[in-house]
Design a protein around this ligand. Structure first.
Ligand SMILES: [Fe+2]
Length: 560
């Protein structure tokens, strides 16, 4: 257990509306197989510690007591946890030396094992403070609905903090460090803290958020709105750091002076989840280009994506970004399937001629083809403020399961509901011509099991807006993605030997599949002695119990 106090300037907030009962709010982040980070933002100077356990109200673990300062987010790491476990936790707090009080009990789940069914939620483009078009109470309704889903985590696909949209010469505050901190704080204390105590949050960068390549400066590389935006996000939200559980950038970023945390990936149950960030790496330190080929992941992120997809044996591979890496020809990066053949994403020039080799010399293939080659099932994107599910068949023939689904994620905050311009897409230049369309508001709920992944569109209606055909949390559309049929090869044991009182050998089989080693002394009665989802093949293992027997036979089976 450790406490991180981040050293950015104290920002005093007017947030009387925030914490109805308690002098703090909570945002969970960075869940792993053994840990979770709890960010605590207090409205008073407090002494705090956490109690936690695997049964409600039975707390077997406790952190040390830490002092937290009014208005400064503090990160408390709960570590040493068990994998695939539901945990219950409570904050104990004291002000001015008073006896400790208990906060409300909350929950979280550590990384799921393969084969363990789970749910996660997705939202895109909440557009804080973007009125008319969004309404705070509608976003709050969606976040309340997300909490009710009890998902293992929430992914927000960006256009969340919105400083880029509100920047102007007369409102330069939005692009100062104070202005960027203020937006991150407001979004936390008015919105994300609704599910944040029990639903770890993953953030993905959007074009209206401040972390934009063209907001970087090569003359003041460490003091510009893009860098300040990254710092503000990192202060208010626990963000995954690459190395260990999460993969991502490990090289020191020239601007941030630390590894950039805009793109990252992790596995959870039977799914690989990959978050992409084209914004930091496009037009770095120069004016925004008018050429859609300027949209790029950059070389490091591209090859990291390639390796991440290739190395994963997960049944489901989901890729997330705010929008296509290219998209519409006007550099606004609109659209889904119709614009997918072009630029870094699809490889073609606007006139339909191949352009990838000339524009990305040495890169093996366009991003879309990386996804297809590695059997990614869904690209979840936002940006266009509607629900569109589009099926892509590489052969051009629509039969069976699509090779890749383009899933445009609706807005959680949109009002009035179902605006036609957004529900069709075609009349606002986004060029959606095929697929399943719905308007906003709502979020996606994805349930992953070993045999299927279900994607549901859950609608948001405030109580006063409900009526015929408009029920809060109703599901407008759902579809299933079948797990790929795996070809399981006959497992076998090789290299049997004896050393240090243990029998050792190698298990050969199919990576990702559950293999069980059984032992016997008479070749008739067999006992399970070891099981693993084979992480590699051959897989070395030794039997520490072997010396207890005069002779012991071994065999390996797929499945328990
Ligand atoms: Fe956007």
């Amino acid at each position: 257990m450790k406490l991180h106090l981040l050293g950015l300037p104290l920002l005093l907030l007017g947030r009387a509306q925030l914490f109805a009962d308690l002098p703090f709010d909570l945002i969970l982040g960075c869940p792993t197989d053994t840990s979770v980070t709890v960010s605590l933002l207090a409205t008073n100077n407090l002494a705090v510690y956490l109690e936690y356990g695997t049964q409600s109200a039975v707390y077997t673990g406790q952190t040390t007591t830490n002092a937290v300062t009014n208005g400064v987010p503090s990160e408390l790491a709960l570590s040493g946890l068990g994998k695939d476990q539901q945990y219950y936790y409570v904050v104990r707090y004291s002000a001015n030396g008073a006896p400790f009080s208990a906060g409300t009990e909350h929950v979280f789940h550590t990384q799921r094992n393969r084969g363990s069914q789970f749910t996660f939620d997705i939202e895109a483009d909440p557009h804080y403070n973007d009125t008319p078009g969004t309404v705070p109470s509608v976003w709050q309704q969606t976040l309340t609905n997300i909490l009710a889903d009890q998902p293992d985590f929430l992914i927000d696909l960006g256009d969340t903090f919105m400083n880029e949209k509100y920047y102007s010469a007369t409102n330069a505050y939005t692009m100062t460090q104070a202005g960027l901190l203020s937006a991150c704080a407001a979004v936390r204390t008015q919105f994300f803290n609704i599910p944040g105590h029990s639903v770890p949050l993953f953030l993905v960068d959007g074009n209206h958020d401040p972390e934009l390549g063209w907001w970087l400066s090569n003359s003041v590389p460490q003091a510009n709105p893009a860098v300040w935006g990254a710092r503000a996000r990192q202060l208010y939200y626990p963000c995954p750091v690459a190395g260990g559980f999460y993969s991502g950038a490990t090289n020191i970023d020239f601007y941030q002076q630390q590894p950039r945390d805009g793109y990252y990936a992790f596995e959870w149950g039977d799914a690989l989840l990959v978050m992409l960030d084209p914004f930091w790496y496009s037009d770095q330190g120069v004016s925004k280009s008018s050429d859609p080929w300027a949209w790029t992941l950059g070389t490091n992120q591209y090859y990291w994506l390639k390796t991440t997809l290739e190395n994963s044996t997960a049944k489901f591979k989901f890729v997330f970004a705010h929008h296509l890496i290219g998209g519409s020809f006007d550099t606004l990066a609109r659209g889904g399937l119709e614009y997918s053949p072009y630029f870094e994403w699809g490889g073609l020039n606007t006139n339909g001629t191949p352009g990838f080799a000339a524009h990305r010399p040495g890169w093996p293939m366009p991003i879309r083809d990386l996804l297809l080659a590695n059997k990614a099932q869904v690209f979840f994107h936002g940006h266009d403020h509607l629900y569109v599910k589009q099926d892509y068949y590489a052969s051009g023939v629509s039969n069976g399961s699509p090779d890749l689904i383009y899933q445009e994620v609706p807005q959680p905050s949109h009002y009035p509901y179902n605006a036609i311009a957004y529900a069709t897409g075609t009349n606002i230049g986004y060029n959606y011509q095929s697929g399943v369309f719905y308007g906003s508001a709502g979020h996606l709920r994805v349930t992953v099991s070993p045999t299927n992944a279900w994607v549901e569109y859950v609608r948001s209606y405030r109580p006063t807006d409900e009526g015929p055909g408009a029920t809060n949390r109703m599901v407008s559309y759902r579809y299933a993605i079948p797990a790929p049929a795996t070809t399981v090869s006959q497992p076998y044991l090789t290299g049997v030997g004896w050393s240090s009182g243990e029998a050792h050998f190698s298990i050969n089989g199919t990576t990702g599949e559950l293999h069980t080693v059984q032992a016997s002394t008479d070749l008739t009665s067999w006992t399970n002695i070891f099981s693993t989802n084979l992480s590699m093949t051959p897989f070395s293992w030794s039997d520490p119990g072997a010396s207890n027997y005069l002779r012991r036979f071994y065999r390996v089976l797929v499945a328990p």
